[in-house]
Ligand binder design. Sequence first.
Ligand code: ZN
Ligand code: ZN
Length: 107
Amino acid sequence: MPCYRCGARQTDPVRGASPWQRGVRHETQVLICPDCQRLHDLDLDSCAACGSVALICRLGEVECRSCGDVRLARSDALAGSPVSPPPSPPGLSAEVEAALNRVLGRT
Ligand SMILES: [Zn+2]
Ligand SMILES: [Zn+2]
């Protein structure tokens, strides 16, 4: 999974723990690369109980790794990325009607 912010790819650490930070943003599990961790506008979800951003999102729940608080993710997050049908362009039916009228000689 690349860094959610800059898209950098995670490289395997030579040894020890990965410097990449896990977090939850808009109730989606994300990874933050070491560079982006220095920024202060990461816009991560934070724990409602203790304010920590060390959260884990799993199976419709968001768990705080600092205090253990667990809350349910919003239902719209459970469904994954929202899938909405593309809006039909306005005026299409009128254009089709006009084209039909031209073909039929009814202008
Ligand atoms: Zn990054
Ligand atoms: Zn907490």
